[in-house]
Design a protein around this ligand. Structure first.
Ligand code: MSP
Length: 533
């Protein structure tokens, strides 16, 4: 295989701090990664989707201290009670889940830093300066802002709004400055390696401003991975956490083992999906670390926006976090996935409100798609004894539906392939509206009254069902539960096989549902909200 060519698509989310339970900001990143990777699977690509948790560092240590337990007990409990279950709650189909306390991670992190040290990029020196425990980040004085309220008169972290620690530590340093020119050349050669464009510009200006070497270890922290050559110090939590993307897929595994094989298959990551707050770590430090170890950097770092509450980043520390289950218990996981990816342009900030979510749920899911599916299946039941009729003589109105499906599939494929979820979902939603409009115009309930229109009725009912067949495939990556139910109601499983086996590239091929299929009207795909409680 030529350098850089590989068969599988590898996407990873950040690994989340287990200082607290997940909120919808965390679930947002995982959902986006899940939809992007389910889409690739639906294309027929080989995919590896990784997520996990970041368990070391001062932030977690302090949470455990406050909870009166050891850090290990703290993370074991929170991961088991909250972080693993939330994957089921949002219906994520991740291939692996990495915890940074796992031996596979610890050993490989140590191996990685031995390599970087042997390559001459690690030296010891003193770090003196500010450190934000909320960000787990060494700050530059210019990063800080004036505090307000109880912190008036002090310099605070702009993200957390709290004063920072002042550190003076004997540390091991990573020679980041050595990679300034290589990083610039790398990004100039491939400007799409950081998206959106605003993120690219921010990173380029940071790098061009000049990179300084950075501590890769902490001497005053004990909850972490000991340096192999100086076990009194632990690896700085970010330089432990970033490596999860490599350790989880087998970096440093014994040659010939399945893990080593996986690394050869998936490396480098196609997409590191991150929130914009952690862009610098992923687009500057992370590729530099990989270059220092002689490994390929990620192909793309995509920085999405924040979910805001009252104009500020939603966060547990500011007590503005909403737990995913609060929304999902009410609307279901499909609507959660749909709403956040459809209503916020990926890459921009967005706000959540119950009113907006209820309005979209009702208009687009319950009245839009849900109503279309129930009308179609009910009419096949009533007028054709639940058997999909054969259709002869498709006319111009049906041609427009067939063309609309092919166009929606092509547009959604392009958009979601580029992580523009909102545009991708909107093209399918517009097609749903087109089909609803077709039903209204064709008035099958009128055709049903006149035996002379029987052939025409069959054409209309068939057209709506085959359109729904396409919609089920295109929406499966976004709303897997409801689409599995729609697939069953259309009787498609028995004739076309599993929904997962349908390919995006084939969706636009018209008239795939065989006549004679048993169509059943099942439970509402999106129950009306007054029926939910
Ligand atoms: N542990 C680090 C990441 C290490 S990756 C090698 C970390 N963890 S975090 O739990 O604080 O945040 C992880 C990610 O959660 C953020 O990058 C972002 O993707 C997501 N979000 C957390 N709060 C968010 C919002 N309010 N809105 C959107 N996403 C947010 O940083």
């Amino acid at each position: 295989m030529a350098d850089g060519e590989k068969d599988s698509f590898y996407l990873a989310t950040p690994i989340y701090y287990v200082n607290d339970a997940p909120h919808i900001g965390h679930a947002y990143t995982t959902t986006a990664g899940d939809v992007a990777t389910r889409w690739r699977r639906q294309r027929g690509e080989q995919v590896w989707f990784l997520t996990g948790v970041d368990e070391h560092g001062t932030k977690v240590q302090r949470a455990a201290d406050a909870g009166g337990v050891s850090p290990q007990q703290w993370v074991d409990r929170l991961v088991g009670d909250a972080w693993l279950p939330v994957l089921g709650t949002i219906d994520a189909a991740n291939d692996d889940f990495i915890r940074t306390t796992e031996p596979r991670h610890v050993e490989r992190v140590q191996r990685f830093w031995e390599v970087v040290r042997a390559n001459g990029y690690v030296y010891d020196s003193v770090y003196e300066g500010p450190y934000c425990v909320g960000c787990e980040e060494f700050k530059f004085p210019g990063d800080l802002v004036d505090g307000t309220g109880e912190y008036a008169g002090q310099q605070v972290c702009p993200v957390h709004g709290r004063p920072v620690d002042q550190l003076q530590e004997q540390n091991w340093f990573f020679r980041l400055s050595a990679f300034q020119d290589r990083l610039i050349a790398h990004y100039e050669a491939d400007p799409d390696a950081i998206q959106p464009r605003s993120a690219y510009n921010e990173v380029m200006s940071f790098i061009r401003h000049g990179l300084v070497d950075i501590s890769m270890s902490r001497s005053s922290v004990s909850w972490g991975i000991p340096l192999p050559w100086d076990p009194e110090q632990v690896v700085y939590v970010w330089f432990d956490a970033l490596l999860n993307y490599a350790t989880a897929v087998g970096y440093g595994a014994e040659p010939g083992t399945p893990d080593a094989q996986r690394f050869a298959e998936v490396w480098p990551p196609d997409v590191n999906l991150v929130g914009k707050d952690i862009l610098r770590f992923h687009a500057v430090y992370w590729p530099a670390m990989l270059m220092a170890a002689g490994e390929l950097p990620p192909r793309k770092v995509f920085a999405h926006g924040w979910l805001l509450v009252g104009g500020e980043k939603m966060s547990k520390s500011k007590l503005t976090g909403i737990a995913p289950e609060q929304i999902i218990d009410h609307f279901g996981s499909d609507a959660f996935r749909y709403y956040f990816l459809r209503s916020i342009q990926f890459g921009q900030d967005g706000s959540f409100s119950w009113e907006d979510m209820s309005a979209r749920y009702t208009a687009e899911l319950a009245n839009g798609l849900g109503n279309l599916a129930s009308r179609a299946t009910a009419m096949v039941a009533r007028y054709c004894d639940g058997v999909l009729p054969a259709a002869h003589d498709f006319g111009p109105a049906e041609g427009a539906i067939a063309d609309g499906l092919a166009a929606a599939a092509a547009a959604a494929d392009l958009a979601i392939g580029d992580l523009d979820f909102s545009a991708g979902i909107t093209s399918v939603k517009d097609f749903v509206e087109q089909v609803n409009g077709y039903v209204t115009e064709q008035e099958p309930w009128v055709l049903a009254k006149d035996p002379a229109s029987a052939e025409r009725l069959n054409v209309v009912l068939y057209t709506v069902c085959d359109a729904l067949r396409g919609i089920a495939v295109l929406y499966n990556p976004v709303m897997p539960k409801a689409m599995a139910s729609l697939w069953d109601q259309l009787g498609a499983h028995a004739t076309l096989g599993p929904l997962a086996d349908q390919r995006i590239a084939d969706v636009g091929r018209w008239a795939q549902l065989p006549a004679g299929t048993a169509v059943t009207k099942g439970a509402a795909l999106f129950p009306r909200l007054d029926e939910v409680e």
